[in-house]
Ligand binder design. Structure first.
Ligand SMILES: [Zn+2]
Length: 60
């Protein structure tokens, strides 16, 4: 006797892929260069809110 596996056949609609935000790559954060001093010497980068998607990561 062979046990037949139930066929998992789901009629699922294609997942809607939300377009990723380009500047941040979908993370919602973009590296912002931190500058200090009168010469505006860059001391490093920190995560800043992406102003293109406002942190959502999608280019909707
Ligand atoms: Zn973004």
């Amino acid at each position: 006797m062979t046990t037949k596996k139930p066929t998992t056949q789901r009629t699922k609609a294609a997942p809607v892929e939300e377009p990723k935000c380009e500047p941040c790559g979908g993370t919602g954060n973009v590296p912002v260069t931190v500058r200090v001093g009168r010469k505006r010497r860059p001391v490093g980068t920190q995560d800043g809110l992406c102003l293109n998607c406002f942190g959502t990561g999608t280019a909707a």
